[in-house]
Design a protein around this ligand. Structure first.
Ligand SMILES: *[C@@H]1O[C@H](CO)[C@@H](O)[C@H](O)[C@H]1NC(C)=O
Ligand SMILES: *[C@@H]1O[C@H](CO)[C@@H](O)[C@H](O)[C@H]1NC(C)=O
Ligand SMILES: *[C@@H]1O[C@H](CO)[C@@H](O)[C@H](O)[C@H]1NC(C)=O
Ligand SMILES: *[C@@H]1O[C@H](CO)[C@@H](O)[C@H](O)[C@H]1NC(C)=O
Length: 469
């Protein structure tokens, strides 16, 4: 017995000692780290912090803040008057533009020069002067955290400025009852640091790069919300006024109203499914008005899973007034609903084609959101949520669960959830069906049709029950 135990007992005693030694080591290392933080001023109190940063406790004594503030005020008022003068000159020139003939072309150039080279920089200087923050002796009020923890993840000054909490002016409490406003960014921005820094690298007040696709890439990958920027978005050079609403709903928009440089196509006709190089794959029959016109209104060539708008609205006559169309498309569902006097907002992303532009040019509302975000609607507000072409068998069950709960949140009691042509592998159907059924909604319509040998379509029309708790 003993001879069997002996080596094992010895080993376990040895392990015990080893653990003890390791534990002591960990404690020593922790203390060393703590000390290092302490010495960089991380844990210092207000006074110490000042001394640390300004190296002398009397930094403020010899510093006449009032004089500086007066100087800045003086510069600001001088700049304001100069700006007024320049602006009025430009306006004068604009008025007499008609009388300028070709010999005066240099005058027009002069106007452009003044606008681009003088007035714009003046504005920037003006704004930066106004934003000078004189050092605050009292530090950040009531705050236990000295700086936004994310700030040191970034180098580009504009990102650092953006995520720094903005204190209200003169210690006031704002309408939200808080002392400062936080500009938020999605946490995945940190993992896409390189792209985010490229996106935020611009001259304040000048034109932005033509980089909406970089912005969209950031958003789709979870850097959402994306920081706002202080540069001017470019528009199409040839922008025409949109068609009137009695024509715009069912007509391809004017191609000149879109900046095509980041798409494969250069006009709307090119986006037709006849063109194999149209640049997008989802959304068959989009951008083709003959195909768009038959959706949800005719049964010609449709499957049992294709419910008609009239049949759905008949479930709740007169009750459906506002709704959300969560999917991929060009706003055709919203256009049809508009004809029924129902206001529908369509979510859209520009995945290879100008979906947002198209929806807006049709006179409908595109909501530019990704799957990452909680819907910007309040609880129990929507009469209808319709979804098609977006959620299908690729989606992670847990992600879908979070989304469905969010839809449930915004849908009002008695509101309708219309899942339209959801498709997945036949063997996964039970998983997804359970997800739709878990909310115990009232079932109005339920249809399944085969899509291919392995895949099936599922369409359901459900009603959210009252939840008076
Ligand atoms: C800030 O601190 C003051 C006094 O220390 C307190 O009365 C006030 O409620 C605090 N404000 C917030 C927003 O915590
Ligand atoms: C649309 O309305 C305008 C007036 O608002 C009218 O002049 C135009 O003819 C209408 N277009 C069509 C196609 O009905
Ligand atoms: C139904 O669709 C076919 C082709 O898809 C077309 O030839 C036919 O005219 C359509 N019928 C009606 C009633 O729209
Ligand atoms: C929509 O509203 C207009 C104006 O109130 C009305 O003339 C029209 O009949 C309504 N359409 C439907 C389908 O209810």
């Amino acid at each position: 017995m003993r001879s069997v135990c002996f080596p094992r007992c010895k080993l376990s005693r040895l392990m015990g000692w080893l653990q003890l030694v390791l534990g002591v080591l960990v404690i020593i290392v922790s203390f060393a780290n703590l000390f290092r933080f302490y010495s960089t001023g991380f844990f210092l109190h207000d006074e110490d912090l000042c001394r640390h940063f300004y190296s002398s406790k009397n930094a403020y004594l010899g510093f006449d803040a009032k004089a500086l503030s007066d100087r800045v005020q003086e510069v600001l008022s001088k700049m304001a008057s100069l700006q007024d003068k320049l602006e009025s000159t430009v306006q004068q020139m604009e008025k007499s533009k008609d009388t300028l003939d070709k010999t005066h072309i240099s005058k027009l150039e002069y106007k452009k020069y003044l606008e681009d080279e003088v007035i714009q920089p003046l504005y920037s200087a003006h704004i930066s002067l106004r934003q000078i923050r004189l050092p605050k002796v009292e530090g950040i009020r009531n705050s236990t955290m000295r700086e936004e923890p994310l700030i040191n993840s970034f180098i580009v000054e504009e990102i650092r400025k953006y995520i720094t909490p903005k204190e209200n002016r003169r210690g006031k409490i704002n309408i939200f009852g808080s002392e400062r406003v936080y500009n938020t960014i999605g946490h995945a921005c940190v993992s896409m640091k390189k792209e985010l820094e490229e996106y935020m690298n611009y001259d304040i007040g000048s034109f932005c790069k033509d980089d909406w696709n970089l912005a969209q890439k950031l958003m789709i990958n979870g850097c959402d919300p994306l920081p706002r920027r202080r540069c001017l978005t470019r528009a199409s050079k040839l922008y025409q006024k949109p068609y009137p609403i009695n024509e715009s709903l069912w007509r391809l928009p004017d191609g000149r109203n879109v900046r095509w440089s980041n798409y494969q196509c250069r006009n709307f006709n090119c986006l037709s499914s006849k063109n194999p190089k149209r640049g997008y794959s989802k959304c068959t029959g989009c951008f083709e008005m003959e195909k768009e016109k038959v959706k949800w209104v005719t049964t010609n060539g449709s499957l049992p899973v294709d419910f008609l708008i009239n049949d759905v609205l008949a479930v709740k006559p007169g009750e459906i007034r506002i709704g959300l169309d969560f999917g991929i498309g060009t706003g055709t569902f919203a256009a049809r609903m508009r004809e029924q006097n129902v206001t529908v907002i369509s979510t859209a992303l520009n995945l290879g084609a100008p979906f947002c532009e198209m929806i807006a040019l049709r006179g409908l509302i595109p909501l530019y959101v990704t799957l990452n975000q909680r819907l910007p609607f309040f609880d129990n507000t929507m009469d209808l949520i319709h979804t098609t072409g977006f959620l299908d068998g690729w989606i992670d069950l847990q992600l879908m669960d979070f989304m469905l709960f969010d839809w449930d949140r915004v849908l009002r009691p008695g509101g309708l959830l219309w899942i339209d042509r959801f498709f997945c592998n036949r063997k996964d159907l039970d998983d997804y069906m359970y997800m739709f059924l878990q909310f115990r909604y009232k079932k109005h319509k339920w249809a399944i049709s085969p899509k291919s040998k392995e895949e099936v379509y599922l369409s359901v029309l459900l009603e959210k029950p009252p939840r008076s708790l």
